[in-house]
Design a protein. Sequence first.
Length: 355
Amino acid sequence: MKALVLCGGSGTRLRPFSYSMPKQLMPVANRPVVEHVLENIRALGVDDVGVIVGDRAPEISALLGDGSRLGLRITYIPQEQPLGLAHCVSLARDFLGDDDFVMYLGDNMLPQGVADAAEEFRRLRPQAQVVVHKVPDPRAFGVAEVDPDGRVTRLVEKPERPRTDLALTGVYFFTPAIHRAIAKIEPSARGELEITDAIQQLVTDGATVRAREYTGYWKDTGRVEDVLDCNRELLTAVRRDVAGQVDAESVLIGQVVVEPGASVVCSRIVGPAIVGAGSVVAHSEVGPYTSIGRDCRLTDTRVDHSIVLDGASVSKVPSLRGSLIGRSAAVSSADGGVLHHRLVVGDHTQVEVAA
């Protein structure tokens, strides 16, 4: 089995961050989303991965390289325009050959993994298998209608009146039959080749398409709120690991990670939390569910339930909560007021807050 990971798209919902980085590189628990995706793929025993890239290809390839750091072999497949998920499969035809493959959206987080779905696909080998998740309001998703035996009878994209609550998660398992189905479909009203149309074509042609329910945590990290929520979820799994320097006046409570080269000085950190390599936390308090990236500097500040990206600095801000601070951004307060602040600050930005 091979894997196809989709890392194109513009990420408009994640602006301003997607102006300066691909959305798949947004760090969650101090690791880019796409690394979490590739870790899940490697856990399936798959090591041959095609990565669809758009105009941000240099940044993605600079991070992932040839994949050897992650125990993978990566082939980059360019997509000049985002013309749909099924179009991505067509572009990857030479790479995929006649192999079965798993297709995985590069901004999707399923931290419990999809090993059960992969095992079922290998054992039953339907022509296609979709991974679905029950959601409160399916109208914003592709929705699978499934019979009692787990066989998909119909797929509907963003239905006004959903017949089920089973949303497509963005993880799919395919045999080569999907290529024949894609060849039969036409672009949708928005001008894209939709993977839901291709899978529905399989169903129409009488092929076996199955659904496997994923019951763990699932999040499409397409918005700032989703990134912060996902960060909180992943931090619940961290275990205390203090490799950096912590002075005698500092207090670490709970599951706290202080990476090598980081320093904690006269500060209090309440886990789960991560302080990235090379960062300095001085005379500050870091509350729970917070990820501090690499080479950051926090001084006379309190921050919780937040993400501070690499190279950022926060100084004399009495309370940041639910915030996302971009790379090399600088946030400070001239008067050290007492208000809580929630900030979304893009890369290389300077912000001064006042009480």
